[in-house]
Design a protein around this ligand. Structure first.
Ligand code: SF4
Ligand code: SF4
Length: 56
C-alpha cells in the first residue's frame, strides 16, 4: 500500500524533497503521491508539518 496525502496538505513542498524515489509532485490543489513509484519508506510522513501523509 502506498502512502497518500490528505486534504490537510498546505503545499509546503517538504515531502517532495524528502522522497528518495521522486514519487511526490505538485498536483492541482495539493501535493500527490504516485502509488507506482512509492516504496513505502515513510520519509514523507515524518517530514510533513501538518500530518497530512499516512499509509493508505
Ligand atoms: S513513503 Fe517514501 S517513497 Fe513513498 S512517497 Fe513517501 S517518501 Fe516517497
Ligand atoms: S509536507 Fe505535507 S503539507 Fe507539505 S506538501 Fe507535503 S503533504 Fe503537503
Amino acid at each position: 500500500m502506498a502512502y497518500v496525502i490528505s486534504d490537510a496538505c498546505v503545499s509546503c513542498g517538504a515531502c517532495e524533497s524528502a522522497c528518495p524515489t521522486g514519487a511526490i509532485s505538485q498536483g492541482d490543489s495539493q501535493f500527490v503521491i504516485d502509488a507506482n513509484t512509492c516504496i513505502d519508506c515513510g520519509s514523507c510522513a515524518d517530514t510533513c508539518p501538518t500530518g497530512a501523509i499516512s499509509q493508505g
